[in-house]
Design a protein around this ligand. Sequence first.
Ligand code: CDP
Ligand code: CDP
Length: 225
Amino acid sequence: MNKINIAIDGPAGAGKSTVAKTVASLLQYVYIDTGAMYRALAWVALNSNTDIQDDSRLSALLHNTSIELKPSSIGNRVFVNQEEVTEMIRSNEVTAAVSDVSAHAGVREQMVKKQQKLAEGKGAVLDGRDIGTTVLPKAELKIYLMASVEERAKRRHIENINKGRDADLQMIMDDIQSRDQKDANREISPLIKAADAIEIDTTKLSAEQVAKRIQDLAEERIRVV
Ligand code: CDP
Ligand code: CDP
């Protein structure tokens, strides 16, 4: 059967990774969590005292760091220089730093190339901020997920409680708003809905409902390619 690539973009907590993982599993596609790659770089930068405002230092660090994503039932497991960092990259410190790290041109150039390589065989579902606009501008299916900021903060709050992470609702809301603002206003490939993306407001939908809708859209596209 023909394979397509699926791009899923949107702001923090819109349900991208949950839904992308489910869709990939339903279609037996590969799921690639591009946000985890930026988080991994932010984690290495913080651990090596690299200035997160300095593009050339971060770019050199990225060049010398191996970042690997491995599929698993919980989403992508993430390895930095062969060390597993899957949970560590979700810390408040990494979350607070990642939008500064991801804003740099040199960093994005390398990340985009890596992500394009991961998707070159088709049959991939990528989630992030610039997949439909920059990483895979020719993706056969582009989805833009959004939800109210209150709903997104509530979801992250419940998720953090369930996973034993810090879970202050106001802090989560502040982080989401601050990252959305930085991600949408940076100069290089900001978070924006691609002109040909299908927008889904997930505020009142379950993750299963959203995944089913994307699966249906994907199957339609697969039939015509
Ligand atoms: O899951 P959550 O919404 O918390 O964020 P994420 O997908 O893990 O992404 C973390 C950060 O990486 C975002 O806030 C962006 O700054 C950056 N990012 C990006 O710039 N481009 C992407 N394709 C994916 C993530
Ligand atoms: O990747 P992104 O930051 O866009 O969001 P996520 O990490 O996939 O979703 C954040 C939380 O919201 C997860 O715990 C999901 O299970 C939950 N969720 C939900 O309750 N309803 C949806 N329609 C989508 C996600």
